[in-house]
Design a protein around this ligand. Structure first.
Ligand SMILES: CC(C)(COP(=O)(O)OP(=O)(O)OC[C@H]1O[C@@H](n2cnc3c(N)ncnc32)[C@H](O)[C@@H]1OP(=O)(O)O)[C@@H](O)C(=O)NCCC(=O)NCCS
Length: 172
């Protein structure tokens, strides 16, 4: 398994990069503030990606690692991972990391989520051999997200306050 090249290609002119730039960051801040994204993931606009400072602070404090989905210099989606225990107990000696995914409205419904996850998960597991698994949390009502996560191999682990926790073991 090779590390992610500077740009990994997806169909229809999309590519994935691990490198953060000011241009991508400014688009992330703007897109996070759209009404649709605020409805789905309000903390992006109110905490995580309010401005460059909040992005940098969260990145450093939480050791977040980002993957950017782009097309013609336009930000189409983002995924990030960082070490964090899930809100439910796991077996001893497990080291779990968490993942978050966004595909922005203009680019949704094009089947990008799965190939984007494949590229980013493979690279992240490669860069983080200590990670025994990756977990996600999503509103139980978010059927689209639950569908793509379980299709990818995430297994439902628990439901807490109407939010579902799903866990993925290391990829083969
Ligand atoms: C969730 C999200 C990442 C999915 O990306 P997307 O571009 O819309 O999804 P894709 O086109 O790649 O794939 C959608 C899949 O879900 C299915 N789907 C769509 N709506 C669905 C629904 N209401 N119920 C079940 N499945 C649904 C599609 O049929 C497709 O399935 P397939 O891959 O088996 O053909 C994106 O919509 C998003 O970022 N939403 C806002 C933020 C969010 O909810 N993030 C995740 C939760 S934290």
């Amino acid at each position: 398994m090779n590390a992610l090249p500077k740009f990994a290609d997806l169909p229809h002119g999309y590519s994935v990069t691990h490198d953060t730039s000011d241009a991508l960051l400014d688009q992330l801040i703007e897109l996070s503030g759209s009404a649709e994204m605020i409805a789905a993931v309000p903390k992006d606009a109110s905490e995580r990606f309010v401005d460059r400072a909040s992005f940098l602070q969260g990145t450093q404090q939480k050791q977040r690692s980002y993957y950017w989905l782009i097309k013609d210099d336009e930000l189409a989606g983002i995924m990030w991972f960082h070490p964090k225990d899930p809100p439910v107990p796991l077996l001893p000696d497990t080291m779990s990391h968490t993942m978050s995914l966004r595909i922005y409205p203009k680019h949704q419904g094009r089947g990008l989520a799965t190939p984007f996850m494949q590229i980013a998960h493979r690279d992240y597991f490669l860069q983080h051999p200590e990670a025994t698994g990756i977990w996600v949390i999503t509103d139980q009502s978010n059927e689209r997200a639950r569908h793509i996560y379980t299709k990818f191999g995430y297994q439902p682990l628990a439901v807490i306050d109407n939010r579902m926790v799903l866990l993925l073991g290391r990829l083969a």
